[in-house]
Design a protein. Structure first.
Length: 202
């Protein structure tokens, strides 16, 4: 039987909104409802899931290496996304990035990763994982860039996580509307709206 899988993209435009905690709590909620759930960490600027999960991960299990291999022109060399899946005792499956310490290290690691390459990665993830999971939750960087915009492009439900800061919301409203309109123009079946907005008190 084909799964009616949903891909939820959590994004924000500032740190400290509780976006990652929301992703974890949503995952736990879905698991309690007997839904097979995958949480994908895509915040390359602040990868934190290894520390949150409190477990050692073998280097070859990190999502980072699999993501960078999407630069390989021969798609036959791409490994299965299953290689990156970490089964956790909470019942949630995770795909996490390798922790990094400096901005220079981040820039060196992802310097060859283009918007097209990243979109190719996301489409490959969807094709492979949507037949296996009821829910896929993507935890984006806390800014609007090629990673979060492409994750919005493929989302069934874009979810904005923000602090109740009216000035910041107004300042970013035009940017968000612009990105969503570009997504809708390039792919009319994609939503032209934010499905949910979650406001987290600091």
């Amino acid at each position: 039987m084909t799964r009616k899988s949903k891909l939820l993209t959590l994004f924000s435009f500032e740190g400290g909104t509780g976006k990652t905690m929301l992703a974890l709590n949503m995952g736990k909620m879905f698991v309690r409802e007997k839904k097979k759930t995958l949480v994908v960490e895509l915040d390359i600027f602040n990868p934190s899931y290894q520390y949150l999960l409190n477990r050692k991960v073998e280097k070859e299990k990190y999502l980072t290496d699999w993501l960078l291999k999407r630069n390989v022109s021969d798609s036959s060399e791409h490994e299965s996304f299953d290689e990156c899946i970490i089964e956790h005792e909470t019942g949630i499956d995770f795909a996490i990035l390798e922790p990094v310490l400096t901005l220079n290290e981040i820039n060196n690691r992802y310097t060859t990763l283009t918007a097209d390459t990243f979109l190719d990665f996301l489409m490959g993830l969807i094709v492979e994982m949507k037949i296996k999971y009821d829910f896929i939750i993507i935890d984006c960087p806390s800014t609007l860039n090629i990673y979060s915009v492409n994750a919005l492009f493929v989302a069934d439900k874009p979810i904005l996580v923000a602090s109740p800061n009216l000035f910041l919301l107004k300042a970013n409203a035009e940017r968000i509307a612009h990105f969503l309109s570009l997504i809708h123009i390039s792919e009319p079946t994609r939503p032209l709206y934010i499905s949910y907005a979650v406001f987290c008190l600091k």
